[in-house]
Design a protein around this ligand. Structure first.
Ligand code: ZN
Length: 334
């Protein structure tokens, strides 16, 4: 028995399918995406994503679920209160979780000029609310560790970080928080909130370090990760293949498949036909790439690396591609 793309759940995407053509496409092909909002800039501009995700989920309730976010702190007195109002509203509108992004720990500064970290007191009312409501918190903390190292030209991360996004490249920014500081801040949050359900996006940025991830799972029973996206396949293969297979075997209840694909160029109506067609093609390609890598023994091209498929057992695939997401997100009613 092998899974097909119309049977699985993409637990980390940025697909809203608010566009009518894309809504029809996900329905006809039985694709299921959890689309995630990213509070990517100061102010409230991210809330457009929130509306798109909500509209997409209304159009295709069997295909689109969504995870909301909160505003970046603006240090006004009622900030926390307003964020909890967003969460209250979005729970009622069907959101299944809340996401914090890597700008916390890597980019955002406090009024005193120091970097804002995940364990800052300002987030405490939000964490308390999430913990009380058993509303899962997805945390995209940091970036893969090589961002703090001298990335060579043949590395799969070279183009993205050194050529296209030098603002995210930290090797030449020693005044910015280090990878280990960001991991420690995330762990402080979990130490303080033992009942908070935390999903580490992109393997919690520890994809190349199976021991570190194992330690996270062993220390924090409420910690999960998603596998999104192509870069993480290219990095996890730095581990021995048998060690990766053993890792999946041991932690098969804690890992969810994700692609990190999005459809933002095609939101909302009207959109360019070319953007819509590109989205459709990428949905199919990336879902299949993930199935091939985790489920089969085919060699998959991820970034500039050849990655031999893990051929995980049908039982493990059933969990990471479907069951874990259904179990972890209580408000996901698929
Ligand atoms: Zn993402």
């Amino acid at each position: 028995m092998t899974l097909k793309i119309h049977e699985i759940i993409d637990a980390h995407s940025h697909v809203a399918a608010s566009n009518d053509q894309l809504a029809a496409f996900v329905q006809e092909n039985n694709l299921r995406f959890i689309g995630i909002c990213v509070s990517h800039m100061e102010g409230t501009a991210w809330r457009q994503q929130r509306e798109d995700q909500y509209i997409g989920a209304q159009k295709s309730p069997n295909n689109i679920a969504w995870i909301t976010a909160i505003d970046v702190p603006d240090y006004t007195n009622d900030w926390a209160e307003r964020q909890i109002a967003i969460l209250e509203e979005d729970i009622a509108r069907g959101a299944i979780g809340c996401k914090l992004w890597k700008n916390i720990g890597m980019m955002l500064k406090k009024p005193d000029g120091s970097f804002l970290h995940l364990d800052d007191d300002i987030f405490e009312p939000v964490y308390n609310w999430l913990e009380q409501h058993k509303f899962p918190l997805m945390i995209h903390a940091a970036e893969p560790r090589p961002v703090w190292e001298d990335i060579p030209e043949d590395h799969p991360m070279y183009n993205y970080y050194r050529v296209n996004h030098p603002e995210l490249y930290m090797f030449d920014k020693p005044d910015h928080p280090h990878f280990d500081d960001i991991m420690a801040a995330r762990n402080n949050v979990m130490n303080k909130h033992p009942n908070l359900i935390v999903v580490g996006a992109h393997y919690g940025s520890q994809e190349a370090d199976l021991d570190a991830m194992s330690k996270m799972f062993d220390t924090y029973p409420n910690y999960y990760v998603d596998t999104s996206g192509e870069l993480r396949i290219a990095l996890i293969v730095e581990n021995d293949r048998e060690a990766i297979r053993a890792f999946f075997d041991k932690y098969q209840d804690r890992i969810m498949f994700g692609t990190d694909i999005g459809d933002r160029p095609a939101r909302p109506n009207p959109a360019e036909q070319e953007d819509i067609d590109n989205c459709k093609a990428s949905f199919i390609d990336k879902l299949q790439q993930g199935l091939d890598y985790y489920q089969s023994d085919k060699t998959v091209q991820a970034k500039n690396r050849q990655c031999p498929g893990l051929a995980l057992s049908p039982e493990i695939c059933q969990k990471i591609f479907i069951d874990n997401a259904l179990r972890l997100y209580p408000n996901l009613n698929w």
